[in-house]
Design a protein around this ligand. Structure first.
Ligand code: GLT
Ligand code: MN
Length: 347
């Protein structure tokens, strides 16, 4: 038996938020972005997830030298705190040019904006010392299916993946699938779609997926299977662990808070595949409840991390010999009861 993995955790600065939602304003004061780095280690986190404009605010209006200078500053801040930048994602859903999508927009000028922004994002990624670009394809989809040519959209997405691989010969692309929100129907809703794009690309070894619990659940799929599918292909770049209470808006609840057994199975799949041994982070993408007071709010991050570690213990003490007996006898009733009792601490 090899030594157990010591998991390393990451989150993005947007996970410490002010609590505004589409129906009401912020309820907490903002906590300065640059001061968030000092919180990570104390909370047990070593990795930082970024959007390109988390690193360089307002980058659309800045010159390359200004972008490089700010990225350098952030790199130093990370070094001073002993933190690793896990990935950078181009924020392609905020600007006016991305109203109808970015790479799949019907307008050539908007697609050009998306590509220029992506190049800047890659430069920022490298400048802060990361090699992973996350593509959360937020608006690559439609509200009305007749509005776009889907076949062309898929081709455009593949061209973009290829163009990134060519622009930088070392970066990896981690595609983060999500079936809906903000669009009604997305073009890359599941791990299967993301991994097919990978294999169709010019250098598939550098194209992987990032699986988020809530996104898989919104596709009515089992997150642990989505993760396992990527792992079976050697293509799980990272995860966004959180939870989701049924088919509704993207909730980003604390890991394990809606479905503890589902969370156990995600941890089990990761642990069984040796996830983390090649430096992968256990990424969280969790939102604080709007009702929570205090600035900065970090309880949700600490709780999700702690829950993950409790479940690692549950996975490691799940009696494998016993599980194999149940499997051999095809006694899945017995297996289920044993697993639930184990989760509940019943002896
Ligand atoms: C946004 C989204 C997440 C993505 C982030 C990275 S941005 O917060 O809800 O699922 O992972 O692009
Ligand atoms: Mn996410």
């Amino acid at each position: 038996m090899s030594k157990p993995v010591t998991y390393r955790f990451s989150f993005g600065p947007w996970n410490i938020s002010e609590g505004g939602d589409p129906f009401g304003p912020d309820v907490r004061a903002a906590f300065p972005h640059d001061r968030k780095f000092a919180l990570y280690k104390k909370l047990g986190f070593d990795g930082v997830q970024f959007h390109d404009d988390d690193v360089v605010p307002g980058l659309d209006d800045l010159k390359p030298a200004q972008i490089a200078a700010r990225a350098k500053e952030v790199k130093k801040m990370l070094r001073d705190e002993g933190l690793t930048p896990e990935f950078v994602a181009p924020r392609l859903w905020f600007a006016h040019q991305t109203i109808d999508g970015a790479y799949t927009s019907n307008r050539a000028a908007d697609r050009k904006y998306a590509w220029d922004r992506t190049r800047k994002c890659i430069d920022i990624t490298r400048a802060i010392g990361s090699r992973a670009v996350v593509l959360w394809l937020a608006r690559e989809g439609s509200y009305t299916r007749e509005s776009k040519d889907a076949r062309l959209a898929y081709r455009r997405l593949l061209e973009t993946v290829d163009a990134i691989l060519e622009y930088d010969r070392e970066v990896e692309i981690w595609i983060e699938p999500k079936p809906n929100e903000p669009t009604d129907m997305a073009y890359v809703p599941t791990a299967g779609h993301a991994i097919s794009l990978a294999y169709a690309s010019r250098d598939h070894a550098r194209v992987k997926a990032l699986i988020e619990t809530a996104h898989a659940l919104l596709a009515n799929l089992d997150p642990s299977d989505e993760m396992a599918f990527c792992l079976a292909h050697g293509k799980l770049g990272s995860v966004h662990l959180n939870d989701q209470n049924g088919l509704k808006y993207d909730q980003d609840k604390n890991f394990g808070s809606a479905n503890l057994r589902g969370a156990f199975n995600q941890v089990r799949v990761l642990e069984e595949a040796g996830y983390g041994r090649r430096g992968e982070f256990v990424g969280l993408d969790v939102k604080t409840m709007r009702t929570q007071a205090g600035v900065p709010v970090t309880e949700h991050l600490a709780a999700s991390r702690r829950l993950f570690l409790h479940l690692v213990e549950k996975v490691r003490t799940w009696d494998r010999a016993r599980v194999e007996e149940y499997r051999a006898a095809r006694d899945y009733e017995g297996l289920e009861l044993y697993t639930l009792q184990h989760l509940m601490g019943v002896r």
